[in-house]
Design a protein around this ligand. Structure first.
Ligand code: HEM
Length: 487
């Protein structure tokens, strides 16, 4: 071969070798990344995952987790949902930045309910500032004032029960929680004068949040039309209240006032519409969740004599120490009651699935040491209802055992952070957790001190169909008034 031809041949050979090598590396990388992709829930292509999912996420998780493990993907029409179940694989879910894992897209369906300019309708920097307003409104100094109002509401409410009778505890507690939330969050104008109107409007907002609204929040259906009308009427009501407070120079201790007084970093004040939206968001975050938890707490206490005795003794001891008084600091001494509420909430977290939308690739390692790569574009989900009952985290996980949180056992801490996720955790952990515990403790300490109670309907079932998962049907209770004697 001539030298020129030779050179040509060598260059050609080199090119071919490079191409082959590139192809080989890409094949290797692909097979490696495929190998490291999480397992997928099997089903008919395109709709298979959807059919599984429609039976309910918990039914699906119970079936798939034992087969596929703590990380797996469900194909839901054109979307892929990857579940991360258990503390070992959840750190990224709870700690990732908004630019990596965002709430904005997956919680967009709340926008027509909360209204424009707040929470998931604004970019992250504004949302963070609005969550700062929540944090400030829920500071201990504020909570102390709210507790006095919670206690007064509960006293007043139960004073209207007779000396004995039968009630649907679920209905009663729902009603009391909305009264208390109105007082502490929405303010005295709503609680004292406009309660019926505002509750009816909130009812329409609530009924406008349907499973279909998650996919199609603007679908022109009557429930959505009523929701939009209610949102607009609420905005008018709050605009009038805000104007009157500003005009009178009055300043109450409630969340409404905190939001009116809140200022963005650039010095801008909140608008009336933002104040309304933030109040709606607070009510949506805290009302059903707290009333459901109060009801489960009662159902468990009434079926577990040993824990009922423990919380009664605790009330007697505190009455011996502080008399009839109940305030923030006294509620904070109720450790037994706290653990009983926390355990009811472990077994029945009202928010059964938390989601994010992933904008960057990430990897997770399971407790068995398997590594998975999750590409951007997936929806990432975790489930408090499922993860809170993992047998490697909680001993005998389906049993109601409040002492599992007692010092020495600390089962919610033993397996690491994110073992107990009823309030979420990390970057977006619930801002209302202390408020919720105070409210539920204020209600139950009143009930325990003033009534003998007996559950007369069967132990309640779970209403999996509700958006905020709660108690199915009535929870009938027989009560007899009594005065708990000091121990
Ligand atoms: C038993 C009662 C409650 C439960 C079980 C509960 C549960 C939760 C959960 C699971 C999250 C995290 C959502 C996620 O990660 O996607 C959350 C966030 C939040 N909760 Fe609660 N919540 C309760 C009561 C309240 C109350 C009473 C308020 C306010 C008055 C409140 C305000 C909030 C707010 C503002 C967030 C958003 C935090 C953020 O994204 O940075 N919650 N809650």
């Amino acid at each position: 071969m001539e030298p020129d031809n030779n050179k040509f041949f060598n260059v050609g050979l080199l090119l071919l070798a490079t191409l082959l090598l590139a192809k080989l590396i890409s094949a290797l990388l692909n097979s490696r990344s495929n190998k490291r992709a999480p397992p997928t829930v099997k089903g008919i292509p395109f709709i298979g995952g959807l059919l599984r999912f429609l039976k309910g996420p918990i039914v699906m998780l119970r079936k798939e987790y034992p087969k596929l493990g703590s990380v797996f993907t469900v194909n839901l029409l054109h979307k892929k949902i990857t579940f991360l179940i258990g503390p070992e694989v959840s750190a990224h879910f709870f700690k990732a930045s908004e630019s990596d894992l965002s709430q904005q897209e997956v919680y967009q369906f709340n926008v027509p309910t909360f209204g424009p300019g707040v929470v998931f309708d604004v970019d992250y920097s504004i949302r963070q500032e609005q969550f700062r307003f929540f944090t400030e409104a829920l500071r201990v100094t504020k909570l102390k004032g709210y507790v006095d109002q919670m206690v007064r509401e509960a006293e007043d409410f139960f004073s209207k029960w007779g000396d004995s009778g039968e009630v649907d505890l679920k209905y009663e507690l729902e009603h009391l929680i909305i009264l208390t939330a109105s007082r502490c969050l929405l303010g005295s104008e709503v609680r004292d004068k406009l309660f019926a109107d505002v509750s009816a409007l909130f009812h329409d907002l609530d009924n406008g949040m349907l499973p279909i609204s998650v996919m199609f929040p603007y679908l022109p259906i009557p429930a959505h039309r009523r929701r939009d009308q209610a949102r607009s009427k609420l905005a008018d009501i709050f605009a009038k209240i805000i104007a009157s407070r500003k005009c009178n120079g009055s300043s109450d201790n409630d969340m409404l006032q905190c939001f009116i007084d809140s200022k963005y970093k650039d010095g801008r004040s909140t608008t009336d519409s933002e104040v309304t939206g933030l109040l709606i968001a607070a009510l949506f975050a805290g009302q059903h969740t707290s009333s459901i938890t109060s009801t489960w707490t009662g159902a468990y206490l009434l079926c577990h004599k040993e824990y009922m005795s423990a919380v009664l003794e605790e009330q007697q001891r505190l009455m011996g120490k502080h008399g009839d008084k109940i305030d923030h600091d006294i509620l904070s001494e109720m450790d037994n009651l706290y653990r009983c509420i926390k355990e009811a909430l472990r077994l029945h977290p009202p928010l059964i699935m938390l989601m994010r939308s992933s904008h960057s690739d990430f990897s997770v390692t399971t407790r068995e040491g398997k590594e998975y790569d999750i590409p951007k574009g997936h929806i990432i989900a975790t489930s408090p209802a499922f993860a809170n009952r993992l047998p490697h985290v909680y001993k005998d996980p389906d049993r109601y055992d409040p002492d599992r949180f007692a010092p020495g056992r600390d089962e919610d801490k033993a397996a690491g952070p994110f073992s107990y996720i009823s309030f979420g955790g990390g970057r977006h952990g619930c801002l209302g957790e202390p408020f919720a515990y105070l409210q539920i403790k204020a209600i139950w300490s009143q009930l325990l001190r003033n009534f003998e109670l007996e559950l007369i309907s069967p132990f309640p079932e779970i209403d999996w169909n509700a958006m905020v998962v709660g108690v199915k049907g009535k929870v009938m209770v027989r009560y007899k008034r009594r005065k708990l004697s000091v121990s």
